[in-house]
Design a protein around this ligand. Sequence first.
Ligand SMILES: Nc1ncnc2c1ncn2[C@@H]1O[C@H](COP(=O)(O)OP(=O)(O)OP(=O)(O)O)[C@@H](O)[C@H]1O
Ligand SMILES: [Mg+2]
Length: 304
Amino acid sequence: MDRDALRGRTLVEESREAVIVLDDADVVVLASRRARQSIEGIDEGGRVPNGLLSGDLGIVPLIVPYEVGGRRERIVYLSQVGDMAAYEELRTGFTAAVSHELRTPLARLLSLLEMATLPGEDIHALVERARNEVESASELIDEVLFLSELESGGRVVSLGPVAVRPELDAAVAELEERASRAGVHLSVEGDAATELEMRPRMLRVIAQNLAENAIRYAGPGASFTLAVERNGRNVVLRGTDDGVGVNDEELSRLFERFYRADHARASRGTGLGLAIVKHIVGQAGGIVEASGGKGAGLEIRCVF
Ligand SMILES: Nc1ncnc2c1ncn2[C@@H]1O[C@H](COP(=O)(O)OP(=O)(O)OP(=O)(O)O)[C@@H](O)[C@H]1O
Ligand SMILES: [Mg+2]
């Protein structure tokens, strides 16, 4: 086999997509490992399964004809309906949202800098506001990086059981000062022996996000409790506050990326925190639920 042919064969075989090469008699000349594993009836040297090229098997073929050495062949990309398309859509939407979110603090930063060149402005106050904008941009970047780490298979699950309570205690201890400035009381409940198969860092991220939200949104005078408990065969990790809560419509959207309820728009935050929580919990085999109501506080439950 010459170099080009070998290169072509390797490219197809090792492709991460389901892709096949057909000759003009619809015989499979080459198939990627992914195609052989994920689509029934694909064998090199055999005919392409009936209905595959017409899209009747729930797979959308993208067919690219070409000619080599006078022979007509086709390379066929086989993605599951919704599979790649939905993924691509999500990606594009996500990138657009990140760029948009990043633009806001940058635009504000620029106008602060312009104000600083004007006579009579309070430079100290402007610098303080500028610092805030930079912090919120870098929070966004941290969150996006963390999400992409999770998506590219960053490990959530631990090798063995991990005690939950110490991570909750640590997260709360770190936020105590901010909580008291916001007038929110934090507490932790739960048996020190309750365990989950999750890396301590991931437990900490969940705890931090729930506690931070209570500090930011529940309102002065509210109390927030982080608790871990056994419920039959499940372990439940929950964050409950008795603050302002959200209305029913908002409740169902809290876990969406970039979603922020109306009352939160004025405060800092990007709307990724609960999306991250949901992602972590999902990867560890659990589910998330939100309950509560306007004026009735908010409870986020992670059930494993
Ligand atoms: N304890 C709470 N009480 C009332 N509203 C809340 C509470 N927790 C979350 N929310 C609402 O849910 C929205 C989404 O929360 P999430 O943590 O995903 O994003 P964020 O806090 O706005 O930003 P980020 O966490 O990415 O910095 C918040 O903007 C807020 O409107
Ligand atoms: Mg948050």
